[in-house]
Write a protein that binds this ligand. Sequence first.
Ligand SMILES: [Fe+2]
Length: 313
Amino acid sequence: MEAGTEQVPGLTTTKAPFIENARSRGDLFIAQPYDQYSEENHQSWRNLYARMGERWEKYANHRFLEGLDSLGLNGERVPRLSEVNQFLAPLTGFKAKPVSGYVPAYLFFDCLGRREFPTTITIRDVATPDYLPEPDIFHDIGGHVPMHTDPAFAETLVRFGKVASGAVERLVDLEDSDELRERVASNMRAMARFFWFTIEFGLMRDQDSGTEDDLRVYGSGLLSSHGEIQHSVESEAVQRYPFQLEWVVNQGFRIDRYQPLLFIVESFEHLFDEVNRLEEWMEEGRLDHVAPGEPTISAEEIEISLAAAREDD
Ligand SMILES: [Fe+2]
């Protein structure tokens, strides 16, 4: 080990004192203390980036590949968010905004509506590149942010963010407290499911894909997973169906395994249209009683959402 290189505490997922301290102070939005990345952290980024290259070429949709170029991302060092934003903001107005960990759903959606993307700054341990339940900077910057360079996708994300936070704002004046909380939970479940089956795990039809079923990946959970990006397109163990809103908002999911069920959209325009339908359904109250199940919306999450929505109202 070179002298001096491991003297910093590191920003390894679940093992970063900087993050622990921020969280214990209740600081959700933070700075990226770049000097605290250890050599091991940079090595982890290097390993992850290097092995994704050929899979991105083969399975990622073209707008993602163009996004990698226009952000000037490279595989050598953990990216600085300020540098990423210098390239990103002029293209679509989006900015990666560093956070100390989990962002409550309402606040997350509200950020999207303002073109801010809550971004995890820790990176997974170099010894465990394949799976971790928490997001990390490779997932957020390597999987999500290249998509935000595309104007059509960025508009879709903003629109979705406004619909999702609007769903809570629509309900805050309900007088029956139990009914209010039940409906808020239902809407949040529907929004989380929509986000999951599109932004995180979406597949898109692409005639120039070169893959057997003309599919390319646009979901960031897939784009940041070396194993699952291939599995999602090629495995016979995956059920792939045309996107159906009535199904998606009622479909639970597990975050701790490869997805057995994925939905295909025809194009980015199709995805945008589905967000518009989601808004109509929300306004008509059709998301007030979606099927119970995953994801669980905690009582705390509901209270945070209601408080924040009342403030925004
Ligand atoms: Fe994500």
